[in-house]
Design a protein around this ligand. Structure first.
Ligand code: B12
Length: 355
C-alpha cells in the first residue's frame, strides 16, 4: 500500500541517503556549476538537498502539493539572490525525481514525482517576489519609515514613529497588522534576495520585540471576558513574533492569555493545558518541516483529559499557503492573521465546536 502520506514519511526518513545520491548525480551532470565549490560545497549541497527532501516529505505527509510549490518558489528567489545559474534548481529537481524512481516502487515514485512536477511549475516566470508594503495599506508610509529606521540601526526612531501614532489614537491592532507584520515580512524578503544581512534581520526582530513590549500599556487595558487561552509555537520553531501578536490580540479582546513563546516542548504544552484548562490553545508553526510536529502536538493534547475540552487553532506561514491544513493536522481551525484568529476563536469557543 502506497499512500502519498506514507511515501512522504519514507522520503523524510531516508532523506540523508537520498540527498547523497542526488548530489552525486547532479555533480556528474552539471560539473561546470558545481566543481568550483569543492568538497565543502558538496557537503553543503547534500545538506540543502536533504532540506528540499524534508519539504517534499512534509508536503506529501500533509497531502498538499501547494506546500512544495511554495517552497520551490522560495528556494528559487533565494538562489536568484545568490546569483546561482538559473538551471541549478531545475537540475536538482530532475535528479531528485530520478533518484526517487531508482529507490522507491513505481507506484510510490509516481506520487512523489507528481509533487516534484508541481514544484517545477514555480520555476516558470520571473521569480521575483513583490514588496509587502502594499498600496492599500493605510499605514504604508509608517511601515516603510519603521523598516528603514531599523535597517539604519536606529531602533529609537522606529519606536518613536510607532509610539507617536499610538499616542494619537491609532490602535495597537493597526500598528501590529499594518506596520510590524509587513515590515517583518519585508525584511525576510530582503534577506532572501540577499539585500540585507542575517545580522540586520536579527536586529529588526529584536528591536521589534522591544517595541512591541512598549505597547503593553495599551494592550492590557481592555475589559475581561472570562475566557482563557494558551499560545505557543511548536518544538523546534524559532519564529515567535506572529504567535505573540495572536496572544496580544486575544488579550486586547479581553481574554486571559498565557504566552509560551517559541520552541516549546510538547510535554510542557500538555502539562500547562492540564494546569490552566484554557478554552483555546493557539499553536503556531512557520517552517513547513515542522508540520508533523504540529500534528503530533495536537494529538498529544487531545489524548490528555484537559486537552479534550480546549478548542485548538493552528496558524503561521504554511497555513496561509494551504487553508485546509489546520483541520487536516487535527486542529479545529485556523486563521491567516491575528485579527481573524480572535474572530474564529471567539466563534468556536462560543459555539463549542463539536468533535
Ligand atoms: C524573524 C525571522 C526569523 C528569526 C525569528 C526570531 C524570532 N524571535 O521570532 C530567526 C532568525 C530565528 C529565523 C530563523 C529561520 N528562518 Co526565518 N524569518 C523571520 C522573518 C524575517 C520574520 C518572521 C516574523 O516575525 N513575521 C511577522 C509575523 C507577524 O508574521 P507571521 O509569523 O506570519 O504571523 C501572522 C500569521 O501567520 C498568523 N499566525 C501566526 N501564528 C499563528 C497561530 C495561530 C493559531 C493562528 C490562528 C494564526 C497565526 O498571525 C500572525 C499575525 O498576524 C520571516 C519572514 C516572514 N515572511 O515572516 C522569515 C522566514 C519565515 N524564515 C525563513 C527561514 C528560511 C528561516 C530559517 C530556515 C533560516 C536558516 N537558514 O536558518 C530559520 C529556521 C528557524 C527555525 N527552526 O524555526 C523563511 C521561510 C521560507 C519558507 N519557504 O519556509 C522566511 C519566510 C524568510 C524568507 N523570506 O525567506 N527567522
Amino acid at each position: 500500500l502506497n499512500t502519498t502520506a506514507q511515501t512522504g514519511n519514507l522520503i523524510g526518513r531516508d532523506r540523508g541517503r537520498l540527498a547523497e545520491r542526488i548530489v552525486e548525480l547532479q555533480y556528474g551532470r552539471q560539473p561546470a556549476i558545481w566543481s568550483p565549490f569543492g568538497p565543502a560545497g558538496k557537503q553543503k549541497s547534500v545538506r540543502d538537498t536533504a532540506d528540499h527532501l524534508a519539504y517534499l516529505a512534509e508536503a506529501m505527509a500533509a497531502g498538499d502539493s501547494a506546500l512544495f510549490y511554495s517552497y520551490v518558489a522560495w528556494a528559487r528567489a533565494l538562489f536568484d539572490g545568490l546569483k546561482l545559474p538559473a538551471d541549478t534548481l531545475a537540475g536538482t529537481l530532475d535528479c531528485m525525481a530520478e533518484v526517487i524512481r531508482e529507490s522507491l516502487t513505481t507506484e510510490a515514485a509516481d506520487l512523489a514525482v507528481t509533487f516534484i512536477d508541481n514544484g517545477r511549475a514555480a520555476l516558470v516566470g520571473t521569480g521575483v517576489s513583490a514588496t509587502f508594503f502594499l498600496d492599500g495599506n493605510p499605514l504604508k508610509d509608517v511601515a516603510q519609515g519603521y523598516l528603514s529606521a531599523l535597517l539604519k540601526g536606529d531602533r529609537h526612531a522606529a519606536a518613536r514613529l510607532v509610539l507617536d501614532r499610538v499616542e494619537k489614537g491609532i490602535s495597537v491592532r493597526d500598528i501590529y497588522l499594518n506596520v510590524i507584520e509587513p515590515s517583518q515580512r519585508e525584511v525576510g524578503r530582503l534577506w532572501q534576495a540577499n539585500q540585507v544581512s542575517v545580522a540586520q534581520e536579527h536586529y529588526c526582530t529584536a528591536a521589534t520585540q522591544l517595541i512591541m513590549s512598549q505597547l503593553y500599556p495599551w494592550i492590557a487595558a481592555s475589559e475581561r471576558v472570562g475566557r482563557r487561552m494558551v499560545a505557543t509555537a511548536v518544538g523546534g520553531e524559532l519564529h515567535e513574533v506572529g504567535i505573540r501578536m495572536v496572544a496580544d490580540f486575544f488579550e486586547m479582546a479581553g481574554w486571559d492569555t498565557y504566552y509560551l513563546g517559541a520552541n516549546t516542548p510538547p510535554e510542557a504544552v500538555v502539562s500547562i493545558v492540564a494546569e490552566r484548562k484554557p478554552d483555546l490553545l493557539a499553536v503556531s508553526a512557520t517552517m513547513i518541516f515542522h508540520l508533523s510536529r504540529a500534528a503530533d502536538l495536537i494529538k498529544r493534547v487531545r489524548d490528555a483529559e484537559a486537552g479534550k475540552k480546549a478548542c485548538i487553532l493552528l496558524g503561521g506561514y504554511p497555513f496561509n499557503i494551504s487553508l485546509d491544513l489546520p483541520r487536516q493536522l487535527g486542529a479545529d481551525g485556523g486563521a491567516p492573521d491575528a485579527a481573524l484568529a480572535v474572530a474564529v476563536g471567539q466563534k468556536m469557543v462560543g459555539a463549542g465546536v463539536p468533535r
